[in-house]
Design a protein around this ligand. Sequence first.
Ligand SMILES: Cc1cc2nc3c(=O)[nH]c(=O)nc-3n(C[C@H](O)[C@H](O)[C@H](O)COP(=O)(O)OP(=O)(O)OC[C@H]3O[C@@H](n4cnc5c(N)ncnc54)[C@H](O)[C@@H]3O)c2cc1C
Length: 458
Amino acid sequence: VTSRSLRAELARIVGEDGLRDRRDSRWGEDASAAHGVRGAPDAVVAPARAEQVAEVVAYCYRRGLAVIPRGGGTGYAGGCVPIDGGVVLALERLAAVRSLEPERWRMCVEAGATTGQVRRLARENGLLFAPDPGAAEQSQIGGNIATNAGGPHAFKYGSTGRWVTGLEVVLAPGELVRVGGPVRKDVAGYDLRSLLVGSEGTLGVITAAWLRLEPAPEAELPVLAFYPDTESGARAILDVLAAGVPAAALEFLDAGALAAGGGSLPDGAPPGAGFLVVAEADGSVGEAARVRDELVEALGAGALAMRAPADRAGARALWRWRDGVSLAVSAQRGGKLSEDVAVPVERLADAVIGTVQIGARHGLEACSWGHAGDGNVHATLMLDPADADQRRRAEAAAADLLGMAVSLGGTISGEHGLGAIKRGQLRRQWSEAAVAAHRSIKRALDPKGLLNPGKKEP
Ligand SMILES: Cc1cc2nc3c(=O)[nH]c(=O)nc-3n(C[C@H](O)[C@H](O)[C@H](O)COP(=O)(O)OP(=O)(O)OC[C@H]3O[C@@H](n4cnc5c(N)ncnc54)[C@H](O)[C@@H]3O)c2cc1C
């Protein structure tokens, strides 16, 4: 099909106002642009109704065209990038709140609602939607589900999938189906809902989700603890776990990340600090205060200094700062290449130290930060994106980072997914038989291989 006839045929499904300009460069990239993953779509459509999504998928399936679902484009794996062309299916117009039942702790939203919208709506009704990946104003619920996104509070509350009780999804060759719903328990069939969670647009297009909410905690009390080095900081994390403290979040920054972001930290970092732990206690006012005291005790042993924001505004300022760490690290050299490996928590120090060593071996400055309680390390190589040699060395170093994660008993991706960037890498950590099962599932649900081809490939 020519580009013009493709546009005309898609316009018949979504209307002229559902077509987007395919030459706009944003459709060809996501937040992983530093990896050099780019594409050019043959067409971009933004359906306004779930039925139109089904029709677009059916049309593409008939014509043998690739369909690339796109949420907010904040992914770090190139998942929504049309690497070999195809039809980008943007969910941005499918953003209605279909139902909100605060007294029953649940809502049903369309895939294009932003994470921030959903979190605010829950809050305004006294409820919590806990998943908080760091680009909440741009990322969409559909994208969060398709990547099973985590974030700081996944330590206590789990990743996005734990908050999903049902999905409306378009399966090949263009069928709108529903798995699960408002019901909180459902073991009738195979757990297709879980299979779609984290499937990165390769098994179906999510059009809506039923979300489980919880009463919002009354109080959230962060605690900061600074340590001289990685070993003492990582030991403190293990002490928190061993003491059985139910922290809501347990984050860390190593020396390099602290050097990059510490300047904008409210009240700065004390001299000699080489590792920061940001923990949070939450719950009722009494419970949060009790957990905070337990955190102070467990984190205190090897700490250089400890701090606790005095009020809610201070706590909010702290988390805003935490959201900006990634950008502060990028600003050091103009760019970065970041992996999101996860290791068993007792190997955290090895992963953090190993990251710096791998960077040094490739002549690059490296640092890490991330979700310490989950052993999830944003292992990062700092680079000048205009320097091709640095980019090449960073790619080689990134491969070593993945190898390190697996050798420490961990995973090559704790929360961003494989997308295009890590395609072909699953066999680093899975056996041939497990990889074959992965492939069989893809073939069963997408026999023509047209749903986000080339992504999440084992
Ligand atoms: C500053 C920053 C901080 C971040 N911090 C975190 C963090 O702490 N934790 C974390 O987990 N992630 C984090 N991320 C990554 C990103 O925000 C998450 O992965 C997010 O969930 C992606 O959502 P999105 O809507 O932008 O998806 P996109 O980037 O648009 O797409 C991601 C993948 O999901 C697929 N997809 C999107 N929508 C649908 C749909 N409706 N149906 C089927 N497939 C779909 C796409 O095809 C693609 O494979 C961060 C990103 C940035 C830029």
